[in-house]
Design a protein around this ligand. Structure first.
Ligand SMILES: [Ca+2]
Length: 308
C-alpha cells in the first residue's frame, strides 16, 4: 500500500466539482474517500489496501435491437465471459464488467492481493478494488491461460478497451479529436438511457433512493429514481444497450487503456458508478486516476482483440 503525497486535504462545500488529481479539477461524489470532502492531490498512487450497459430504457433514443445469442461473432471464453462485436471497432466487447467470480479465479491462481469491498458482493457482481495495473495483469493472465489451452488463437489477446472504443460502444460517434481529456464532457445531454432527465425506471444502477436510505451521507442521488441497489448490482441486472452490453453506465467505473492527457499520470475511467454524482453519468464524462489506484466502485471490462 502506497499513498504518496496527499498534499492538501480540506473539507469543502457540497460542491460536485472540486476534487483535483495532479492539480487538475474534476467532479467528485463517487468515492468513499472523497464523500463530502474535497482533496487536492498530487501523485495519488495505490491507496486503499483496507479498504458493469449503456443501459437503454424502453423507448430510449439510444436503444435498438440487441445482439443476442447466436449473433455473428459472439464468443464465450473459459471463464464464461461473453463477447460480442461492436460496430466501428475491430474488437469484441465483453457484455459484462469483469465479475467477482472472474477476478477471483485470477487472484487465487496468481496469489494476487485483492482488498475486499466495504459492502457485500456476490460472485456475479462486478469486481471492484482493482487498479488499472491489476486489470492489465488480469488480461495478460487470461490471454496466456487460453493460449496455453488452445482456446485462443495466438493472434488474439484480451485487453482493456481504448477510450475511443468505449465511446463507440455507447454510440458516441461525434466526439472531438484529441486525448480523452480533450473529449471530456464535450458531448452534452446523452446518458446511458438516452436523452432526457431523470432516467426512466429500470435504466440501471445509479445513485438512487436506496443509496440515500442506506447511506445518509450519500453525496448526491437522483431524486425520484430507485433501482433497489445501494452498492453494486449483479452484472446483467438491467437492460443491455443496442449492442448487447450491460452496465455501460452506472454500477462501477470502467478502466480504459488510455492515458487521460499528455501528462501521462492518470488513466481514463468511463461510465460512472452506482454512487457517482448524477451528472457524471453523462456518456462523454471521463474520470481519471493513477494506474495504481483502487476504489470500491472501480472495475473494468475486457475486450477481445485480434478475433476474425
Ligand atoms: Ca443504485
Amino acid at each position: 500500500m502506497t499513498n504518496d503525497e496527499i498534499l492538501k486535504t480540506k473539507k469543502c462545500p457540497n460542491s460536485p466539482n472540486t476534487v483535483g488529481a495532479n492539480g487538475a479539477t474534476f467532479g467528485i461524489g463517487d468515492s468513499s474517500f472523497f464523500r463530502h470532502s474535497c482533496f487536492v492531490i498530487r501523485h495519488f498512487f495505490l491507496v486503499v489496501a483496507v479498504a458493469g450497459p449503456m443501459i437503454c430504457g424502453p423507448g430510449s433514443a439510444q436503444s435498438g435491437p440487441a445482439v443476442g445469442a447466436g449473433a455473428g461473432g459472439r464468443r464465450t471464453n473459459s471463464l464464461g465471459q461473453v463477447f460480442v462485436p461492436v460496430p466501428g471497432t475491430s474488437v469484441l466487447f465483453c457484455v459484462w464488467d469483469t465479475r467477482v467470480q472472474d477476478y477471483m479465479a485470477f487472484a487465487s491462481k496468481t496469489h494476487r492481493e485483492w482488498p475486499k469491498a466495504d459492502f457485500a458482493q456476490e460472485p456475479t457482481h462486478p469486481a471492484v478494488n482493482v487498479s488499472w495495473d491489476d486489470a492489465q495483469a488480469f488480461c495478460a493472465w487470461l490471454t496466456e491461460k487460453e493460449h496455453k489451452k488452445g482456446s485462443l488463437k495466438k493472434s488474439e489477446t484480451y485487453r482493456l478497451p481504448t477510450d475511443a472504443e468505449w465511446s463507440l460502444a455507447v454510440g458516441l460517434t461525434n466526439e472531438p479529436p484529441g486525448m480523452p481529456a480533450d473529449k471530456n464532457q464535450k458531448v452534452r445531454g446523452i446518458y446511458p438511457w438516452g436523452r432526457g432527465w431523470p432516467p426512466p425506471k429500470g435504466s440501471g444502477n445509479f445513485a438512487d433512493q436506496t443509496l440515500s436510505a442506506k447511506k445518509k451521507d450519500a453525496y448526491s442521488v437522483i431524486e425520484g429514481y430507485d433501482d433497489g441497489y445501494a452498492d453494486t448490482s449483479p452484472v446483467g441486472a438491467f437492460a443491455p444497450n443496442r449492442y448487447g452490453l450491460f452496465d455501460m453506465g452506472g454500477n462501477v467505473w470502467q478502466w480504459c487503456d488510455d492515458w487521460y492527457d499528455a501528462n501521462q499520470h492518470d488513466r481514463v475511467l468511463r461510465g460512472g458508478s452506482c454512487v457517482c454524482v448524477p451528472r457524471m453519468l453523462l456518456l462523454s464524462w471521463r474520470n481519471h486516476f493513477s494506474p495504481a489506484q483502487i476504489y470500491n466502485y472501480i472495475g473494468f471490462r475486457c475486450v477481445l482483440a485480434g478475433a476474425p
